[in-house]
Design a protein around this ligand. Structure first.
Ligand code: THU
Length: 134
């Protein structure tokens, strides 16, 4: 699986995004360490706050299917800027991945390479919870 293939998978996933309210369709393709690709688009609700980003749907789907190790995430969305994951997605990605590479694509022929560490340099994590609490 090349980076280009994973970006193409994210664009295909975007075709299935459910974004009737924002009309901002996002696709995500998450590569597992075994080479499987878990894809999703964002899923929106008429109760707007229930909407879930493509990245989180992909991560939750992957975890629910038993995958635990991830190497790369491609995100595809049209727009004037690269589709950086929102803060909530960065947090949960940092809870469940280490050393994740993130490919950001705003047009099918191009992408930018970042790491989760670059996008979220100082994450909150389980280590913050490791002290006696009452
Ligand atoms: N969205 C994503 O799917 N991923 C992001 O990283 C940012 C935003 C979705 C949420 C909502 O459905 C729409 O894009 C507009 O915010």
């Amino acid at each position: 699986m090349t980076d280009e293939d994973l970006v193409a998978a994210a664009w295909r996933a975007r075709d299935f995004a459910q974004a009737p309210y924002s009309k901002f369709r996002v696709g995500a393709a998450l590569l597992t360490e075994n080479g499987e690709v878990i894809r999703s688009g964002n899923v929106e609700s008429s109760s707007y706050g229930l909407s879930i980003c493509a990245e989180r749907v992909a991560l939750f789907s992957a975890l629910a299917a038993g995958h635990q190790q991830f190497t790369c995430l491609a995100i595809a969305a049209e727009g004037p800027l690269e589709p950086y994951p929102c803060g909530a997605c960065l947090q949960i990605l940092s809870d469940y991945t280490q050393g994740l590479v993130i490919l950001l694509s705003r047009t099918p022929s191009k992408f930018t390479v970042k790491t989760l560490k670059e996008l979220l340099p100082c994450p909150f994590g389980n280590k913050h919870l490791e002290f006696p609490r009452s």
